[in-house]
Design a protein around this ligand. Structure first.
Ligand code: NAD
Ligand code: TDX
Length: 336
């Protein structure tokens, strides 16, 4: 089977490509990625030359290129992860979020319709449901109520994907996952940013009162969920993924400081994110019962392992912060 992964050079995508190559030896993976600031070709550099893997640099908004990939690679299934993914950037510059997340998704859906696929997994987020009060969980029936340009663009793309399932009978599955953590996460997101700052004795910027709650899941558990959705999901259905690990932001930050042996005096409370969602928490009963999926990683151990990864792979995130990683692509592919 030939599987197209979009956004495979990003955080979740690169972890997923590795998981798929390991778990499904008969599959060939085509990774289509634009390599925006968030895409890092170094993440999968060791796969170059692997006959079961091909990297295509390209924009999901480019209909001709996408059609060409479907045609030449004979794509059987799509795992669509490519997106602008950072809420703070969507508050500073919303337009690219609409372009990539909404229009880019429609271009892919259209290509999948034209060429035919067995499965189109649209990878979305729990943020489409908006913010919870102190109690309750998001289920697949929770009405969409996005708060940021990011989550509004993801909700729009979810609705498009489901419309293609309904109207054109495209075998779409939509997944909505909670906050991921693990290796290769771009150091603009909470956990890697706090680790990188702590290791350099820089202030750790906590938004507002630090009491916002996120429900954390290890990136490998998300990846296994996506694989289960691809193989066992029902057309037109939505599946939530989460690992029931709700934490206040401030507790995560303090835990990171303890793990790297730095003082809490590094914490700096800063002005809150505009429209900051207070709490997310996921009910993943449907995925557990209908897909036979369950998370394998406990939060405390997996966070400690994640912190160790960033300590040991300091060069990886230092090259991002310095911009050095951007040169890799030119060096590897320039003139080819
Ligand atoms: P990321 O920002 O690390 O990676 C996104 C990737 O998409 C990058 O490699 C980037 O180069 C690529 N990309 C962006 N625009 C593109 C375009 N126009 N054409 C082709 N490629 C493009 O994001 P991530 O955290 O790995 O998230 C991946 C997906 O999972 C996103 O759709 C996101 O909404 C969703 N998601 C993320 C989380 C999370 O906690 N990180 C949780 C739930 C869902
Ligand atoms: O410097 C910071 N200080 C801070 O207090 C940053 C970057 C974040 N925060 C807070 C804001 C959030 O309450 O930490 C929490 C997590 O922030 P992010 O890492 O930016 O994630 P979030 O906004 O929750 O969105 C993430 O999860 C859902 C991903 O970025 C999305 O792509 C995914 O859909």
């Amino acid at each position: 089977m030939n599987v197209l992964v979009t956004g495979g050079s990003g955080f979740i995508g690169s972890n997923l490509v590795r998981l798929l190559l390991a778990e499904r030896p008969e599959w060939r993976i085509v990774n289509l990625d634009k390599l925006t600031y968030a895409g890092n070709a170094e993440n999968l550099a060791d796969l170059e030359g692997n006959p079961r893997y091909r990297f295509v640099r390209g924009d999901i908004c480019n209909g001709e290129l996408i059609a060409d990939v479907f045609r030449t690679e004979k794509i059987h299934a799509v795992l669509h992860l490519a997106a602008e993914s950072h809420v703070d950037r969507s508050i500073l510059s919303p337009s690219i979020f609409i372009e990539t997340n909404v229009r880019g998704t429609q271009v892919l859906l259209e290509a999948a319709r034209e060429f035919g696929v067995r499965r189109f997994v649209h990878v979305s987020t729990d943020e489409v449901y908006g913010s919870l009060g102190p109690t309750g969980l998001f289920t697949e029936q929770t009405p969409l109520d996005p708060s940021s340009p990011y989550s509004a663009s993801k909700a729009s793309s979810d609705l498009l994907a489901l419309a293609y399932a309904h109207t054109f009978k495209l075998p779409v599955v939509v997944t909505r996952c909670s906050n991921n953590y693990g290796p290769y996460q771009f150091p603009e997101k909470l956990i890697p940013l706090m680790i990188a700052n702590a290791l350099r004795d820089l202030p750790l910027p906590v938004y507002g009162d630090g009491m916002n709650v996120r429900d954390w899941i290890h990136v490998e558990d998300h990846g296994r969920g996506l694989l289960a959705a691809l193989e066992k999901g029902e057309d037109g259905q939505v599946y939530n993924f989460g690992a029931s690990s709700e934490r206040h932001n401030i507790d995560i930050v303090k835990q990171v400081l303890r793990l790297v042996g730095k003082p809490e005096s590094l914490i700096k409370y800063v002005t809150d994110r505009p429209g900051h969602d207070r709490r997310y928490a996921i009910d993943s009963t449907k995925a557990r019962t209908q897909l036979g999926w369950a998370p394998r990683h406990g939060f405390e151990d997996a966070l400690a392992a994640t912190v160790r990864w960033y300590v040991e792979r300091r060069q990886w995130w230092e090259r991002i912060i310095s911009g050095e990683y951007l040169k890799y692509y030119e060096k590897q592919y320039g003139g080819r």
